[in-house]
Design a binder for this molecule. Structure first.
Ligand SMILES: [Zn+2]
Length: 82
């Protein structure tokens, strides 16, 4: 079964040293397949709002375990189900 996953990682902000949260989403067709359709969803510092796309300090990235995420509903689907 096709499943969607959310990946989150955190690293230090170049401007203020605060936590930058970076996310991406991917899709797996089944349990053993590789993820496809990977989309970066952007990164932002939670302290100062600086949008820093990549970690610059080596080894400074903390990766959180991927979590399964239900397929995002489009607005049209949402309206149709109400
Ligand atoms: Zn910052």
């Amino acid at each position: 079964m096709r499943k969607h996953y959310l990946h989150v990682s955190a690293y230090s902000c170049d401007k203020c040293g605060g936590p930058v949260i970076s996310g991406s989403t991917g899709v797996r067709e089944n349990e053993i397949s590789r993820e496809t359709d990977i989309r970066e969803v952007g990164a932002i510092c939670l302290s100062c709002g600086h949008r820093q796309a990549n970690a610059t300090a080596p080894g400074g990235t903390r990766d959180f375990p991927p979590v399964q995420w239900d397929t995002p509903k489009t607005r049209a689907d949402h309206l149709a189900s109400d």
